[in-house]
Design a protein around this ligand. Structure first.
Ligand code: NAD
Length: 315
């Protein structure tokens, strides 16, 4: 990773995710042009990225082989979309999670770029067929869904529009691999993609267990952080099954599938996430971590520190 690439990527939207994508692409030696429709926002993003790259360099956590100064020399900010798109082969959209806003952005972008430029969205939970419905050539469209914070959590879900060309998936896959992310391909679009479907299953059952008085908020979070999460940082649920019986997955299914099915039939309905249960769960978590900015920022910094250490360990 990370010799100079002579290839340009345009990042549209310079919020949390736009800035993170910019840092990831810079680490791989790509030229990055960042645009935001709020005047001054893209240049403010550059100052923030500069600060972060310098801090990462000091902490010896800078990604790629280029120094912070070399990476910064590849970055420019633009208040004009046309200027920002000049020379780009890949456009990563990172505007608000608002369908209308994204549809308008892609319509505008398509009118300003040549036929072979790839149009990629960061959307967390909008379907590709909706996000790209105003684009004329939908074969070049893809969702590249990152996980927050993308600089440490490397997964990227690549989700095609029904008309997306396989070569577009391949180019996105190569780019993500080249910059050190860990891409996965979804073969077709589905609401929530893969990560959020799994995450929501975990949230739902955790919520039900607390709601029904089985366990406290503190303890259900420990079930993940001290239990399942320990191995899920290194292996997934299918490999877990394969390793958890002496003779592998077939043995596991023979031993445990009836028990799994029995437990699964006891799962409750989709929670409402409101009312008395929501008030109680909010109170419990707020007693552990008060919801003011000082405490939340402190916990986010701790999360990023831990993720940094884990990313090092996983290398
Ligand atoms: P954010 O609110 O931090 O930033 C959005 C930025 O887009 C702002 O700077 C805003 O000025 C700019 N913007 C809005 N409309 C624009 C337009 N028409 N043209 C150019 N710029 C425009 O949001 P975020 O958290 O960075 O999220 C961006 C996208 O990434 C969303 O689709 C979100 O779902 C997705 N995402 C977020 C996370 C997360 O944890 N925050 C994780 C994965 C994916």
């Amino acid at each position: 990773m990370s010799s100079l690439k002579e290839k340009t990527i345009t990042v549209v939207g310079s919020g949390l995710i736009g800035r993170s994508w910019a840092m990831v692409f810079l680490s791989g030696g790509y030229k990055v042009k960042i645009y935001d429709n709020k005047a001054g926002q893209a240049s403010a993003a550059i100052s923030e990225i500069k600060k972060q790259l310098v801090e990462l360099q000091q902490a010896r956590m800078l990604r790629g082989n280029l120094s912070a100064a070399e990476q910064l020399s590849l970055l420019s900010s633009h208040d004009d979309l046309q200027q920002a798109l000049e020379g780009a082969y890949f456009v990563q959209e990172c505007v608000f999670e608002d369908l209308e806003a994204k549809q308008t952005v892609f319509q505008e972008v398509e009118n300003l770029v040549t036929e072979n430029v790839i149009l990629s969205s960061s959307t967390s939970c909008l379907m590709p067929s909706n996000v790209f419905c105003r684009v004329k050539n939908q074969t070049r469209c893809i969702i590249s869904h990152p996980v927050n914070p993308p600089y440490y959590v490397r997964l990227v879900e690549l989700v095609p529009h029904p008309k997306t060309h396989e070569t577009v998936m391949d180019v996105a896959y190569s780019l993500m691999t080249d910059v050190g992310q860990a891409p996965v391909r979804l073969r077709k679009e589905i609401d929530g993609f893969a990560l959020n479907r799994v995450q929501y299953a975990i949230i739902a059952e955790s919520w039900r267990l607390v709601q029904d008085g089985v366990i406290s908020v503190k303890d259900i979070d420990l079930v993940m952080s001290e239990g399942l999460g320990m191995r899920y940082a290194f292996l997934g649920p299918i490999e877990t099954m394969h390793l958890n019986a002496p003779e592998g997955i077939e043995d596991y299914l023979q031993r445990y599938s009836e028990g799994i099915k029995r437990v699964l039939t006891t799962f409750g309905p989709v929670p409402e996430f409101s009312g008395e249960a929501a008030a109680r769960i909010t109170k419990e978590i707020s007693e552990l971590i008060p919801g003011d900015q000082e405490h939340l920022t402190g916990r986010r910094e701790r999360r990023d520190q831990m993720l940094m250490g884990l990313a090092k360990l996983k290398k």
